[in-house]
Design a protein around this ligand. Structure first.
Ligand code: IPE
Ligand code: IPE
Ligand code: MG
Ligand code: MG
Length: 338
């Protein structure tokens, strides 16, 4: 029942966010192809968790939900910008159950479609300043933090690339993995909570609490993404399963598995890791090995710890419906199947 209420609340929020985004990327805008390519993933779906975090963080500190809507749209635009470019980097053919932007329009158009989403995000965020209840200083601070977060994501994606393949030859530390996922994923969750609470008029202590909440659910979120990336049902997930293995990606699951494997187990994993075509049987075999080695439960346990820390961080906030939804969202992050 609780989960249904949460999903319903996310859906209600996403209607408003999508409406705002649609007006930023109108059908009539030219060149038609560029705008169609920019809208493609957004129209295909997605969970809309980041804009929901912006809105609930705003409400949780006593802010006005309608004033923060442009900021909610802005983080979803940034998210989609990173996804369009990420799918080029990761050579993935589908996401949200549809072909990726570069598969349909080609890499050059996908690059500029991403750039357009990036700039529209800042255009959206700055519109918060139009609302009388929001001080311009707070909008500037939110924009500064968003810009910083986007730089952090770029650093994280560069780290993702440099750690890929490295596991084959040498050990990658857990610290390096944490830095990578903090930067590529948790930073956007974190800044979503910060933006919402800053624009909502939160105190420094409240902004810090929500910032820590966002960071922790972001870390847990990426750990689950790594687990789903090998174990999920592809139709439910909407994106390729086994792609991290194919691309030789560095995940905590792999770090744990390779440092605990016997030489024959290691050889069996290495046969598939980085292989351009992985069969269903090969994937099954590796998942079985990862399970036998306890690598999946190891990562899931760590993710649970971050969810607990996230919930603890926001315990200082006054009781409210928004706070309850944020608590539920923290649990959803590690129980999700998509
Ligand atoms: C995918 O994020 C990218 C990661 C950070 C793992 P989501 O799983 O939130 O993607 P959508 O928006 O629901 O498609
Ligand atoms: C997630 O990248 C982070 C960004 C997109 C910035 P991943 O490559 O791990 O995520 P998915 O699995 O493609 O969604
Ligand atoms: Mg990637
Ligand atoms: Mg990817």
């Amino acid at each position: 029942v609780l989960k249904l209420k949460l999903l319903e609340a996310i859906k209600q929020c996403s209607f408003k966010v999508d409406d705002f985004i649609r007006r930023l990327l109108p059908d009539e805008a030219k060149p038609r192809e560029l705008y169609a390519a920019s809208r493609h993933l957004i129209e295909a779906g997605g969970k809309r968790l980041r804009p929901f975090l912006v809105v609930q963080s705003c409400i949780a500190v006593g802010g006005d939900a309608s004033a923060v809507l442009p900021a909610a749209a802005s983080v979803e635009l940034i998210h989609n910008f990173t996804l369009v470019h990420d799918d080029i980097m990761d050579r993935d053919d589908f996401r949200r159950g549809v072909p990726t932007v570069h598969r349909i329009w080609g890499v050059p158009t996908a690059i500029i479609a991403g750039d357009l989403l990036f700039s529209k995000a800042f255009e959206a965020l700055l519109r918060c300043a139009k609302h009388i209840s929001v001080s311009p200083e707070r909008v500037v601070e939110a924009a500064r933090r968003l810009a910083e977060a986007v730089s952090t994501i770029a650093e994280g994606q560069a780290l993702d690339m440099s750690l890929s393949g490295r596991l084959k030859e040498e050990v990658v530390s857990e610290e390096e993995y944490y830095e990578m996922i903090y930067k590529k994923t948790a930073a956007l969750f974190k800044v979503s909570c910060e933006i919402g609470s800053i624009i909502g008029g939160g105190s420094e202590e409240q902004v810090r609490a929500l910032s820590s909440y966002g960071e922790n659910i972001g870390l847990a979120f990426q750990m689950l993404d790594d687990i789903l990336g090998v174990t999920a049902d592809e139709k439910v997930l909407g994106k390729p399963v086994g792609s991290d293995l194919r691309e030789g990606k560095c995940t905590l699951i792999m770090i744990h598995a390779l440092s605990n494997a016997s030489s024959s187990q290691r050889a069996a994993i290495m046969k598939v890791y980085g292989k351009s075509e992985i069969s269903v049987e090969e994937l099954k075999l590796v998942v079985k090995l990862l399970e036998d080695l306890g690598s999946i439960s190891y990562v899931l346990d760590l993710a649970k710890k971050h969810v607990d820390s996230a919930k603890k961080s926001i315990s200082i906030l006054p009781e409210s419906g928004a706070k309850r939804l944020l608590m539920e969202l923290a649990d959803f992050v590690i129980s999700r199947k998509y």
